[in-house]
Design a protein around this ligand. Structure first.
Ligand code: DGJ
Length: 558
């Protein structure tokens, strides 16, 4: 089994363009905004950093009357934020006539339940397609041209190359944001907005409409070339390699600058999608400058651009998106694959703040949230289809969110300081080969136990046979170095031994281990742990079967 090193310090490779919104002079400074703290970017709401304990609604659950019976479920999950779609076709049923009753209903009910909203603007594109375009757009393909495949067939995808398309979307989005300013500008129920949803061209790597072909034969915009030259060593390695392979040209067509092939088709597609999104997002921000982001469908192993949505806000295209869409504050991954830690690393490698707007609604979502927040200073986490959550996945998420809500003031104070790490098994179900986490002058050797069920009492024997993936107990958590020789651990199914990170023969022992709970950042003592619970002073253990919090003090001896 591979021995994996987890280094707790996230190194931001330079300030990304558009990662932090500077408030324009004269704007309401109390609007939700993104602010840097150390290497982290935090979402500040009503003047204080805010951790999104979220869930995203299913696509067709965004009408207030339909959603009403699901609010008890959402409350039981301990969400503090709901990610909810706003539909272009319902918002602008006739050109220029706006109906905001859908979004107003959501806002009213969110306020009544003391939950914030992240709105998702389902407009030109929803998972590549244009199913949320209003009928007056869908039926007028002369005015609102479609993308075409290489056989010339028209697709139900608005072409990103049509000025009329972008203007229509931008006008509607500006109207929505203007309405939010008037309806919610002083309440901040809505704290961020996602622009479009899982943009990307399918089933080919780029649009083959005549307008697209014409632009593909033209030079790469100088703004992109200048961006490549300026960022150079900080570029995503995949993009930099393509540019270098063609001799780092400072002018030329797309194929001259990046070489022929699907990778170049995809860069071209990403530029034009991002350019279109910039027009939409900037029109909205001019009315009400909330933080805005785009989300991505990730790449299934072995798939090529066009098989997966080509040109979306993916980590290998982050520079293209940043160069073309400075009004977008960050790119966000929808993580349904099991290698969540790897996608989190890829999305944060150049200082992009991590926010996971969609995640698989499994029992593991509970520990994945702790990991994202602990390891990558995530702004928040949000399983998808949240109103349908039930059974063990719902139970574990509520437990994890309760724990995170109590810890939030401490977690937020530590973000960006190099004093936190996330704990998550990678690869195998169980991880007996320790991960090594370097933190606070110690090496933490971490192993994970996943199989024991929730009813397993201390000292009981585990039932034979593996639990099913849907019901097995998750393992993972986070650790914070709270002071010299002191750590706080939160999570489940985690065992940790300690060693000095200094290259000497000092031994490390446990001075005290205490179990308790946090509420609003305030600690309350439950019990002191020693004897069997620390393996007679050898380790810390967050037992499987429940979520818990421990504070531990270490000492060194010879
Ligand atoms: C990802 C999309 O972004 C969501 O809107 C939804 O379609 C889910 N996939 C379904 O799994």
């Amino acid at each position: 089994m591979l021995k994996r090193m987890v280094v707790a310090i996230v190194i931001a490779l330079g300030a990304p363009a558009g990662a932090v919104v500077a408030m324009p002079p004269g704007q309401d400074t109390a609007l939700p905004r993104l602010v840097k703290q150390g290497t982290a970017t935090q979402l500040v709401v009503d003047g204080a950093p805010f951790l999104i304990l979220g869930g995203e609604l299913g696509n067709s659950s965004g009408e207030a009357d339909y959603l009403r019976p699901f609010w008890p479920t959402l409350q039981a999950l301990k969400l503090n934020t709901l990610l909810a779609p706003v539909y272009w076709d319902l918002t602008e049923p006739e050109e220029g006539r706006f109906d905001f009753s859908q979004v107003d209903g959501l806002i009213r009910d969110a306020r009544a339940h003391q939950v914030r909203l992240v709105l998702l603007w389902f407009a030109s594109w929803k998972n590549s397609m244009s199913c949320y375009a209003p009928a007056w757009v869908k039926t007028d393909t002369r005015r609102f041209p479609r993308a075409r495949d290489s056989s010339g067939r028209s697709l139900e995808i608005l072409s990103p190359f049509a000025e009329q398309n972008r203007q229509a979307d931008a006008r509607a989005f500006a109207a929505l944001m203007r309405h939010l300013r008037d309806f919610d500008g002083d309440r901040h129920t809505v704290i961020m907005v996602q622009v479009e949803n899982e943009i990307g061209m399918i089933p080919e790597a780029r649009d083959r409409s005549p307008a697209a072909d014409e632009l593909f034969a033209k030079p790469v915009p100088s703004a992109l070339i200048q961006y490549l030259s300026r960022l150079d060593t900080q570029l995503a390695p995949e993009l930099r390699a393509l540019w270098a392979a063609q001799g780092r040209k400072s002018a030329g067509t797309w194929e001259q600058v990046f070489g022929p092939g699907p990778a170049t088709d995809e860069i071209f597609t990403a530029w034009h999608f991002a350019d279109y999104v910039q027009a939409v997002a900037s029109a909205g921000k001019a009315e009400h400058p909330l933080p805005m982001f785009v989300n991505a469908a990730l790449i299934r192993p072995g798939y090529l651009p066009g098989q997966y949505p080509s040109g979306g806000p993916l980590p290998h295209l982050i520079d293209v998106w940043r160069a073309a869409a400075p009004s977008i504050d960050f790119l966000a991954p929808d993580i349904y694959f099991p290698n969540l830690a790897e996608w989190c690393r890829r999305y944060t490698r150049s200082g992009n703040p991590l926010f996971v707007p969609e995640a698989l609604r499994s029992v593991d979502a509970s520990v994945n949230a702790l990991y994202a927040v602990g390891q990558h200073d995530a702004i928040g986490f949000s399983p998808f289809g949240i109103e349908s959550a039930s059974g063990p996945a719902a139970g574990r998420l509520a437990e994890s969110y309760t724990l995170l809500a109590g810890l939030a003031p401490i977690v937020l104070a530590h973000q960006g300081r190099g004093t936190m790490a996330g704990l998550l098994p990678e690869g195998a179900d169980e991880q007996r080969q320790p991960q090594h986490v370097l933190l606070g002058g110690y090496v933490l050797r971490v192993t994970y136990e996943r199989q024991a069920g929730p009813s397993l009492a201390e000292g009981a024997v585990a039932p034979s046979g593996a639990a099913s993936p849907a019901t097995r107990w998750p393992a993972g958590g986070l650790v914070i170095a709270t002071g010299r020789d002191e750590f706080l651990f939160a999570g489940t199914g985690v065992t940790v031994t300690f060693a000095s990170s200094a290259p000497d023969d000092t031994n490390v022992g446990i001075l005290s281990a205490e179990e308790g709970a946090y509420e609003n950042g305030q600690w309350s003592h439950l019990r002191w742990l020693s004897g069997d619970q620390t393996h007679q002073g050898r380790h810390l253990r967050l037992e499987p079967g429940r979520f818990s919090v421990q504070r531990i003090r270490l000492y060194r001896y010879r």
